[in-house]
Design a protein around this ligand. Structure first.
Ligand code: GSH
Length: 371
């Protein structure tokens, strides 16, 4: 009998990894098919309007794209290990890691994959060749590489990206010496999000994988743990169940929270100013898709910085969709706001987001404006 869920994805795809890890941890039976499947072109793409993975297709024919929507679709039905902690501080921290994994770590993931292409050519061409013909493989690889400037990967930022990866591994290594997951003994949406870049690129492509294995063995073990069908916490003798009690946020996360603040607050502040101008100019029509074509990810560009180095980056409405999830969870809660303020993250809990970004029919649309 066919499993009821088909996951369209690939082994080296960052976002597929996030959903695959979630399905495995929840014990949800699925089969994974590549996007080169005929059914993907004939039935799935017409429903989502663009070539993107992962996509979950259900027995009823329902098709869901986007890692957040796929996870939330399962959460609504009830799962054995909800990825959302009930406590407001833990929930806000989980959503902060979700945001950082996309707006921060895509840069690291793409840099280590493509800037070291010559050192890992055989591995990458093999991965991108899976189920593909040579022309399609070449085009996909070229398209992925073309995203680097927009992400701020250039000669000035590369040493800073590598320093950031070293800091991240050091911070996570110290944390995983104490706990198997970010918030205790159960993975949250923060773990699943972080797993995307730390598995599919940084914990799998030969160059960054070697750095991780040599300098951060406990992070490497967390990557294995996240991909396992069980909780895989054998080395934690005192392991308990669930998220830490009393909405506790472990002190070992403090250096990581500070690092996240230093790296994404300047960037998000500049992108927010661009969004404010975009909305003030009347370009964002409530209820309409955020861009003319679903495959267009950005509404414009902005001069911004990463660890003090300037670059001109693309502004993706999806960033505000994720940021808004954090704001929704944290803004009304003084304890979450205080935690964020202590770590240089105050700008993230109460920003003046001028409009909401919603997802409808698998694409981002402008939602209500701020009153
Ligand atoms: N916001 C989407 C992002 C998915 C995404 O970017 N997927 C990549 C593969 S890891 C992709 O299909 N990219 C195709 C492209 O950009 O052309 C999600 O969370 O599902």
């Amino acid at each position: 009998m066919e499993p009821p869920i088909t996951l369209y994805g690939l082994p080296h795809s960052l976002y597929t990894g996030k959903v695959r890890a979630y399905l495995r941890k929840q014990g949800i039976t699925y089969r994974e098919r590549p996007p080169t499947d005929d059914h993907f072109a004939s039935h799935v793409m017409p429903r989502i309007g663009r070539a993107i993975i992962p996509v979950a297709e259900f027995e009823t024919g329902e098709v869901v794209q986007d890692t957040v929507d796929i996870i939330d679709r399962f959460e609504r039905d009830g799962v054995r290990l909800s990825a959302y902690p009930d406590g407001p501080r833990q929930r806000a921290v989980a959503l902060l890691f979700e945001l950082y994994s996309v707006v921060g770590l895509s840069r690291h993931a793409m840099h280590y994959r493509w800037s070291y292409f010559a050192d890992q050519e055989k591995f990458l061409t093999d991965a991108f060749g899976a189920g593909s013909d040579p022309e399609r493989q070449r085009k996909t690889m070229a398209r992925m590489q073309s995203y680097l400037p927009m992400l701020g990967v250039d000669a000035a930022t590369i040493p800073l990206i590598e320093a950031s990866y070293a800091d991240l591994l050091e911070g996570l290594e110290a944390h995983f010496a104490e706990y198997p997951y970010l918030l205790g003994y159960q993975p949250s949406v923060g773990d699943f999000s972080l797993f995307g870049p730390l598995f599919a690129h940084l914990g799998r492509d030969p160059v960054p994988l070697a750095i991780m294995q040599r300098s951060a063995p406990k992070v490497f073990r967390w990557v294995e743990r996240m991909h396992a069908p069980d909780l895989d916490m054998v080395e934690y003798a005192d392991a308990q169940a669930g998220f830490l009690p009393d909405d506790a946020v472990p002190a070992t996360l403090s250096p990581l929270l500070r690092q996240i603040g230093e790296e994404i607050v300047p960037d998000l502040t500049d992108r927010l100013a661009m969004l404010q101008d975009h909305v003030a100019s009347g370009a964002a029509e409530v209820g309409q898709p955020v861009t003319a074509k679903p495959h267009q990810r950005i509404i414009g560009e902005v001069d911004t910085s990463f660890r003090g180095a300037s670059y001109r980056g693309g502004v993706q409405p999806y960033t505000f969709f994720l940021w808004q999830r954090l704001v929704d969870a944290a803004s009304g809660d003084p304890s979450a706001a205080a935690l964020f303020a202590e770590h240089g993250l105050a700008a993230l809990t109460d920003p003046r987001l001028p409009i909401r970004v919603e997802r409808r029919d698998n694409i981002e649309c402008w939602g209500d404006r701020a009153s």
